[in-house]
Design a protein around this ligand. Structure first.
Ligand SMILES: [Zn+2]
Length: 276
């Protein structure tokens, strides 16, 4: 791909949580911006403010999370440093980052099909998430659904390199519009996996939702503790456009609740909207 084409494509992906790694790694499937949710749709969206009554009725887990949140500190860059990076319920977004250099414990390679053979670090997930991913893939297969894993864990160092490369080339302001700052990618938690299919030519594209694989994941991922982390029309809450391929492990109970409420992690835990 020519450089100017790459820039145009990268900029049009301004909010894609998964994009930067794809664009900088030849082995990655391309993220297509062709079906990005329109700005109009975002603007027409209802007020993203969180419902305070709903917040009050949240369970004790939320109270726990909120009291932990009180102890969280802002870093020099103005971002909140999460104090529970190892929790399966950790919320990382454009306002909430992992501690510098954080490496998740118990990273392992799940035994599921990937679209590439090499044992690259991005095959990894944390143990519990990996086990549940295996269960989910097995159930899907039984129903004739052939899903393929694309990208899981991404290290702080790798992210830093990618981000700094963009800053050097385009300047910080521009780089921030299409590349996540190191520490703010959910892939660094070891709890996120991008999923695609042969039918999608292993690309990460919003049209995945219209395939039977995307449909199956939207309806069943929560049964295995995963949520579609960046749902359609929630851009201003999550900070990212719709990504039907990006699965985040949070545990079955919370995933089921978020699924049934068509909610997000930010809303569920009562965090501020993370959009720009
Ligand atoms: Zn992703």
């Amino acid at each position: 791909m020519k450089k100017h084409m790459l820039l145009i494509a990268a900029l049009s992906l301004s909010l894609s949580a998964c994009s930067f790694d794809q664009w900088t790694n030849q082995e990655e499937p391309n993220v297509s911006a062709s079906s990005s949710s329109s700005k109009k749709e975002v603007e027409e969206k209802a007020e993203p403010a969180l419902n305070s009554e709903e917040k009050q009725s949240d369970d004790s887990e939320t109270e726990k999370q909120q009291s932990e949140t009180n102890k969280e500190q802002k870093g020099k860059d103005g971002l909140i440093v999460v104090n529970d990076p190892k929790s399966a319920q950790v919320v990382v977004n454009k306002q909430r980052k992992l501690p510098d250099g954080y490496i998740p414990p118990d990273l392992t390679i799940p035994e599921v099909p990937f679209y590439f053979d090499e044992d690259l670090p991005k095959k990894q997930l944390r143990e519990e998430a990996a086990k549940m991913l295996e269960e989910m893939f097995a159930s899907a297969k039984k129903e004739g659904i052939e899903i393929v894993a694309a990208s899981g864990y991404r290290s702080y160092e790798r992210q830093k390199k990618i981000y700094e490369g963009y800053v050097a080339e385009y300047g910080e302001e521009k780089a921030n519009t299409f590349s996540a700052k190191p520490g703010t990618s959910e892939h660094q938690t070891g709890l996120a996996m991008d999923v695609t299919s042969a039918k999608m030519s292993f690309q990460l594209d919003q049209s995945f939702r219209q395939t039977e694989e995307g449909e199956w994941l939207a309806n069943h991922a929560h049964e295995y503790g995963f949520v579609i982390r960046y749902p359609k029309g929630k851009d201003d809450i999550t900070g990212y456009t719709y990504e039907p391929w990006h699965l985040r492990y949070v545990g079955k109970d919370i995933a089921t609740e978020i699924h049934s409420q068509s909610s997000t992690l930010e809303e569920f835990f009562g965090f501020q909207p993370a959009g720009d």
